[in-house]
Design a protein around this ligand. Structure first.
Ligand code: SF4
Length: 383
């Protein structure tokens, strides 16, 4: 009986992995991998037969051992304001959402790292779905590949996709290896060729993994802060119980100390009516940011991104009103803290921040598994 060998999905491999695969599995020169990467990421080609500058013999080997399998598009939904959302099928009923947000001179893609999320942030729509599983590298970079192809993005000629934020479903630092490999491909010239600062990873605050990210990658960091004191933050982001604000901010200082002078961290702050939007809380936040900037010794080391809460069915929170948002921002600006208010985009297709949902199947069993894994990592109290 002939043994059926599973084909390697080339989207799972970054440059180093591709070179190793070509050398060790195909018995080819490592640089041949570069030709194939250009076809995949610059030309959006998935059929080896169309790779015309790749020799026939190599194409035959590739057919036998490899495939290029991006996630399937279940539907794509453009919004009236130019925002675009794709629902991408993963496996057995699971699906995730990927959103493209065009703005003046830039196009940002919001990418997911897990099917669902187990961190249970109280104001987050994804959290209501529970956790199913981590996405593979192919499923993460596949989101960028699908959007890039649909948008007609040309990496070196006509770039529509200029930024990627790992801010969709899931906590990216709990899927570290796959996320780092995918971010390598986003920044590689043979991949999507984005500058380091144009790829941003957003975390709820897994302190040890922030340190590891600082050692292994050069991407921009965003932190989901949402409150300036531990009492309130633990209510909103349960992970704070394990990694309180002082430890989180210290990890952020260490992150920037490893980077070039002049780089910054964005602190995401979702404004919820009567919860975290009072003038006193704004003053606390301003003090926290000033302290952070002083520690880094750079006055613009911390930027605050205020996000008016996007309500979703079943939530107990409400969006702060416009006057409160402006007053909150003014307190921060007057204290010398760089503060932006994120314009709400894609409301009509539920693509605004915190509204990504997708479809998460079989979450009960996986949720238990996820909690066990968190316990192994010492963050059991947070889940
Ligand atoms: S805000 Fe992020 S980390 Fe928190 S539950 Fe939602 S997806 Fe998970």
């Amino acid at each position: 009986m002939t043994e059926v060998v599973a084909k390697t999905n080339l989207l799972d491999l970054d440059r180093e992995g591709m070179e190793r695969f070509f050398a060790e599995t195909l018995g080819e020169k490592r640089f041949r991998a570069h030709q194939v990467m250009k076809w995949i990421y610059h030309q959006h080609v998935t059929d080896f037969a169309q790779m015309t500058d790749v020799g026939k013999a190599l194409r035959a080997k590739l057919e036998a051992h490899a495939e290029i399998r991006p996630p399937s598009v279940q539907f794509d939904k453009p919004s009236a304001d130019g925002t675009h959302k794709w629902l991408l099928g993963m496996d057995s009923g699971n699906a995730i959402e990927t959103v493209f947000i065009p703005d003046k001179g830039r196009g940002t893609l919001c990418v997911s790292s897990q099917v669902g999320c187990g961190l249970n942030c109280q104001f987050c729509s994804t959290a209501t779905q529970g956790f199913n599983r981590n996405l593979s590298t192919a499923e993460i970079i596949g989101q960028v590949w699908v959007a890039s192809k649909h948008l007609g993005n040309k990496t070196h000629l006509h770039r529509k996709l200029t930024n990627v934020v790992m801010m969709g479903m899931g906590e990216p630092l709990l899927n570290f290896d796959n996320v780092v490999r995918a971010m390598n491909l986003m920044r590689d010239d043979l991949g999507f060729g984005l500058a380091n600062k144009r790829v941003t990873l957003s975390t709820a605050g897994l302190v040890p993994m922030i340190d590891r990210l600082g050692e292994e990658s050069d991407v921009s960091l965003a932190v989901s802060l949402h409150a300036p004191n531990d009492e309130l933050r633990t209510q909103l982001v349960p992970l704070n119980k394990k990694y309180p604000i002082a430890e989180l901010m210290a990890a952020c200082v260490r992150y920037l100390q490893r980077r070039k002078k002049g780089e910054s961290i964005t602190f995401e702050y979702t404004l919820m009516k009567g919860v975290n939007d009072t003038p006193e809380i704004a003053r606390q936040l301003a003090r926290l940011m000033k302290q952070f900037c002083n520690q880094v010794q750079y006055s613009e080391a911390g930027k605050v991104n205020l996000i008016p809460f996007n309500p979703f069915p079943g939530t107990r929170f409400e969006r702060s009103d416009e006057a409160t948002i402006r007053a909150f921002q003014k307190i921060l600006l007057d204290a010398g803290v760089l503060t932006m208010v994120r314009r709400t985009r894609g409301d009509d297709i539920d693509a605004a921040c915190g509204q990504l949902k997708g479809q998460v199947m079989d979450r009960t069993r996986r949720q238990a598994e996820f909690k066990r894994k968190l316990e192994e990592k010492g963050v059991s109290d947070a889940a």
